[in-house]
Design a protein around this ligand. Structure first.
Ligand code: BGC
Length: 754
């Protein structure tokens, strides 16, 4: 059974369970900065060497010969503490040699890189991995990435990205675990464990929880845009994954590019010092995002580099990535008493502590053997398993899937044989020749005479309109498998889209394919849910494949052929049209809640009826309020039936535990792995509460005909929330509880908290 502590729970709630609303106190927990331990080494360092530890430089010398004299001198003089993007172990070892033998301080360097969903063996993008709802698999994926990356000298990654993402226009939703704070927290912990492994182990790499905080709430889904997040929302939704990562021992946290409620995150002493250091007790390294200290200037929050350095330093920043405002200004800021040396000592100590935990003082050089560590059969098998479990079957009319044996398949579309694009965003070290595409995989499974292939379009974005040859080919087949969506470059950092439909002329192609009268299976690879309202009715079956990584092809082929079962579930609410965004299941209840039935397609209304029948409810007159598919949704090739919801009590005290159970039976003919989800709703409270909130989940595998009782425990920690005064409270009253296959359905019960 999967049961993870609530991210904010481990401190025993610090005694703050309120039976009724208490007088306002201003913040959550008693607040002292974690005692700044000063590493004994710090005393022996000069000011320049201390400041140097705070510098993370981007250096990309390709060979030892490319290492400039200037770079050598910087290391020798202790002007740099870490590097990002050093591309190979020989170069890393040479830079390290200079630090360890030619510099006076002899503090090892640490080499960092964005290893986001695999190093060479690429796993599905984080959003795809979230669709597995399988923390063990996410942990194993991060471990594989750590083993491969560390063999190349990389000991610090900038992952996991745990920004809650409720707007799929935002390109970076693909790097996230989706919209839900609970699911994201569980997967954040799994990921941190996977990357960091055992302390001191040469394959342990420091994880970085990012981007602190609220980056995913960028207004309009436009990257780097402003964010406004009221404090209770920040504490209830955006912060929990970070608290979970802190409790899991994450070694570093990266501040975000965005400004939060008017203060740029990278100079925001409230969120860094007050929340992260004092409330969460975080004592690890805080690193800026790329140039985000310097960007305090274009934000209009600092007038020059000196002021930017002072603000970021005093807000709590330890490491400055790429820009050099600390390096250039800390001497004079220290001199002028604008920043303190004791703070500097604490920052340096945290960085040294991280290096000690990584074992770099004992073993500074790359010792792994990349040949043995990278792209092993075991790694590829795990990547294939992750890809398989990430696939979400969203539609399967007339059981067109799994494909019947012996039929001729027309494999059509711009992503059916797209070795690079199936990898998704952030794959700095991947090589497309390591990918196995859908076409490659089908070629292994089907005889040549039974497989027809056409790319149909030059790329997912292109605007071909003459599909006559493709249609000719399609007519010769028994079934069409269309593989389209978004190529890798359409999501990721700085790749937000204002229109999230299938790009290029893919909608046209799908319609034309459907006109052949052949069953049409759509497999979509994309960095986000796509708005399919105009075209989904043309698809007899639909599989969301995200960007499935190196082994996406075999995973998809196995699923389509019925050699494996679909188990993935949506980690995000899937909109019908872009205009519904932001869209998320755990929305606060409206005073005029929309209901099913009070809406018909706008176009169908005669004018008079239209004026009177819109219902004055919380919906759009042209699209209603329902998503295309709810959060948590996913079909299988079998059928799981939920029954016998039982609650151990009707009324509980705040400190009681409520047991909630239901029977799940496989009524179909194939095995099923069902992700059983537990949701609650607090019916009346001092703040408007969400209509549902995920509190737990368990995956159960059932043979045909088999039934199992799935039990959950609900405690006060599941019922509590941050109220308007930011107290973590349980308010007595009525609650609904669901054991459910997704955020819209399920068995509903009710209980009272005394
Ligand atoms: C991104 C970070 C990334 C950093 C270093 C930035 O542009 O926002 O997520 O870790 O670059 O590559």
């Amino acid at each position: 059974m999967l049961r993870f502590s609530h991210p904010l729970r481990r401190d025993g709630l610090r005694g703050l369970i309120f039976l009724a609303i208490t007088a306002a106190s201003s913040t959550v927990w008693a607040q002292t900065s974690p005692a700044a331990k000063v590493d004994p080494l710090v005393d022996s360092l000069t000011l320049r060497q201390k400041i140097g530890q705070l510098q993370q430089s981007n250096a990309e010398p390709k060979t030892i010969a490319d290492i400039s004299d200037e770079l050598r001198a910087a290391i020798r003089e202790g002007r740099v503490g870490s590097f990002l993007n050093v591309p190979n172990p020989e170069v890393a070892n040479e830079l390290q040699r200079i630090a360890m033998t030619e510099s006076e301080a002899k503090i090892p360097l640490v080499f960092a890189r964005d290893v986001i969903h695999g190093y060479r063996t690429i796993f599905p993008t984080p959003l795809g991995q979230a669709a597995t709802w399988n923390p063990e698999l996410v942990e194993k994926g991060a471990r594989v990435a750590a083993v491969e990356a560390s063999s190349m000298g990389i000991r610090w990654t900038f992952a996991p990205m745990i920004d809650i993402s409720r707007d799929s226009r935002w390109g970076r939703i693909t790097e996230s675990f989706g919209e839900d704070p609970y699911l994201t927290s569980v997967l954040a912990v799994a990921s941190v464990r996977g990357y960091q492994g055992k302390e001191g182990d040469p394959t342990s790499i420091a994880a970085t929880a990012k981007h602190f905080v609220g980056y995913g709430a960028a207004e309009g889904g436009r990257d780097y845009n402003v964010t406004y997040i009221p404090e209770p929302l920040l504490h209830n939704v955006y912060l929990p994954p970070f608290k979970a990562a802190v409790d899991a021992g994450v070694m570093s946290i990266m501040t975000a590019f965005n400004d939060l409620n008017g203060v740029p995150a990278s100079g925001n002493d409230y969120i860094i010092d007050r929340v992260l250091r004092r409330e969460f007790g975080y004592n690890g390294v805080i690193v800026s995002d790329w140039d985000s200290v310097l960007e305090l200037i274009p934000h209009g929050f600092a007038e020059d580099k000196k002021q930017a350095a002072r603000i970021a330093f005093n807000a709590g920043m330890d490491v400055e990535m790429v820009s050099t405002t600390f390096q250039e200004n800390l001497f004079s800021l220290l001199d002028g008493g604008k920043v303190s040396e004791s703070e500097l000592n604490a920052k340096v100590s945290r960085i040294i502590d991280m290096k000690r935990k990584l074992g770099l003082f004992e073993q500074p050089y790359v010792s792994g053997d990349p040949e043995k560590a990278i792209l092993t059969d075991e790694h590829k098998a795990l990547a294939e398993q992750a890809a398989l479990e990430s696939l979400v079957l969203l539609k399967n009319d007339k059981q067109v899937l799994p494909l019947a044996r012996g039929k001729t398949v027309a494999l059509i579309g711009p992503l059916a044989h797209a070795a690079h694009d199936q990898l998704g965003s952030w794959v700095l070290d991947a090589k497309k020749q390591d990918s196995v595409t859908v076409l490659d995989a089908f070629r292994k499974i089907l005889p040549e005479s039974k497989l027809l292939y056409s790319q149909a379009m030059y790329s997912s974005r292109s605007r071909e309109t003459d599909f006559s040859q493709v249609l000719e080919l399609a007519r010769k087949a028994d079934v069409i498998v269309f593989v389209g969506g978004e190529e890798a470059v359409l999501s990721g950092e700085a790749h937000s889209r204002a229109d999230t439909r299938l790009p290029g002329t893919q909608e046209l192609l799908v319609r034309e394919l459907k006109k052949t009268g052949k069953p049409l299976v759509a497999v979509l690879m994309a960095g986000r849910p796509l708005a399919l309202n105009d075209v989904i009715s043309e698809m007899d079956a639909l599989v969301m494949a995200w960007h499935p990584g190196s082994m996406g092809g075999p995973a998809i082929a196995r699923l389509l052929m019925g050699d494996a079962e679909p188990v993935g579930r949506l980690p995000v609410t899937w909109p019908k049209v872009t205009g519904q965004l932001p869209l998320y299941y755990n929305r606060p209840s409206s005073g005029r809640p929309a209901e099913e039935g009070n809406f018909t397609q706008m176009d169908d209304f005669p004018l008079e009826a239209f004026q009177h029948s819109t219902g004055h409810k919380n919906h759009y007159i042209d699209i209603g309020f329902k998503p295309q598919f709810p959060f948590g949704f996913g079909l299988s090739y079998s059928n799981a039936v939920y029954s016998d919801l039982k609650l151990s009590k009707k009324t509980i005290g705040v400190n009681d535990t409520l047991e909630v159970s239901a029977k799940i039976r496989n009524s179909g003919k194939r095995p099923v792995t069902e992700t059983v989800q537990l949701y609650i709703r607090d019916l009346v409270a001092s703040s408007v509460r969400p209509v549902r909130e995920l509190k737990n989940f368990q995956r159960v595998t059932l043979k045909p005909g088999e039934a199992k009782v799935v039990k959950f425990k609900l405690t006060k920690d599941d019922l509590a929330f941050y109220n308007q005064q930011l107290n973590w409270v349980v308010e007595p009253g009525e609650f609904h509880v669901w054991i459910a296959p997704n955020a819209e359905e399920g068995l509903q019960g009710q209980f009272t908290v005394r």
